[in-house]
Write a protein that binds this ligand. Structure first.
Ligand code: IPE
Ligand code: IPE
Ligand code: MG
Length: 255
């Protein structure tokens, strides 16, 4: 997206959208279908929303595909989800690459099937030079895991004498945590009606606008996404300041 487009849409279009894609199982249940048909339909919804983000010039999209706690699901469902990831990646990668989408994965994927792990690194490598939508897929991800990994990396640097413990700051933790280098999420969307974070981006969501909808993920279409974007566009983000300060900034262009 061009810089000019960002300036025009300042405060109205989120630069970074983070989504908990929830409700696949219930969508299937409502249709008297097995849970896996809900996951399959969920893949289609994901594809449409990725496309829409790219089309609108949103800078980054982060989607929660599989949490560190989702390992607790029945083995048959976990296996099916792994197969679906693989086939979706195989099917979509070349088109995403052609559309200049940069794909990253966050999370601990070391227990994923080897073939899927290979496809994940292939997708990341192949699209590493792309300059369009930054698509991050959180798989095997947990917000607490993310914080622990960041702390570990910092402790290693302290042990190696590269930094002093007094140099540990919010910025240095942010620099070691997943999604560093991408602006923090502006808009968080959770479909499926639950109003919780479920161990998604704990550190990164501190000032993200939260939007919850009862729509189940497979039904989350472009018009539902529009509604979320519209809701975001009328939020006033204060970051601790007063409404008056923010209005003055909007009028004068600075604080
Ligand atoms: C989200 O849908 C997909 C994953 C967690 C992988 P769910 O499978 O959680 O659907 P519900 O919440 O049971 O309806
Ligand atoms: C969150 O959904 C994780 C993903 C969408 C990948 P869950 O369905 O696992 O969340 P809980 O268990 O209802 O909190
Ligand atoms: Mg769920």
């Amino acid at each position: 997206m061009s810089e000019a487009a960002f300036i025009n849409s300042e405060n109205t279009l989120p630069r970074h959208v983070a989504i908990i894609m929830d409700g696949n199982g219930r969508w299937a249940q409502q249709k008297n279908k097995p849970r896996h048909s809900g996951h399959k339909a969920g893949v289609e919804a994901t594809r449409n929303i990725i496309q829409e983000c790219a089309r609108r010039g949103i800078e980054a999209l982060t989607i929660f595909a599989f949490s560190s706690e989702n390992w607790k699901r029945p083995k048959s469902e976990v296996n099916l989800l792994m197969e679906l990831f693989l086939t979706a990646l195989q099917r979509e990668l070349s088109k995403l690459h052609k559309n200049n989408v940069r794909i990253r994965f966050i999370g601990n994927t070391s227990s994923f099937p080897e073939k899927l792990q290979k496809k994940i690194s292939h997708a990341s490598d192949q699209t590493a030079g792309n300059t369009g939508l930054n698509l991050t897929i959180a798989a095997g991800y947990g917000g607490r895991w993310d914080i622990v990994e960041s702390v570990r990396a910092i402790v290693d640097e302290v042990k190696a004498g590269k930094i002093d413990p007094n140099d540990i700051t919010e910025e240095s933790i942010s620099a070691h945590i997943c999604l560093s280098g991408i602006p923090e999420p502006d808009l968080f969307i959770r479909t499926g009606g639950e109003k919780r974070i479920s161990n998604f981006l704990l550190w990164q969501l501190v000032y993200t606008e939260l939007y919850f909808t009862d729509i189940l993920w497979p039904d989350f279409d472009v018009s539902a996404f529009d509604q979320a974007l519209n809701a975001f566009s009328v939020r006033q983000r204060r970051f601790g300041r007063t409404a008056e300060q923010i209005e003055t900034k909007l009028n004068n262009g600075r604080l």
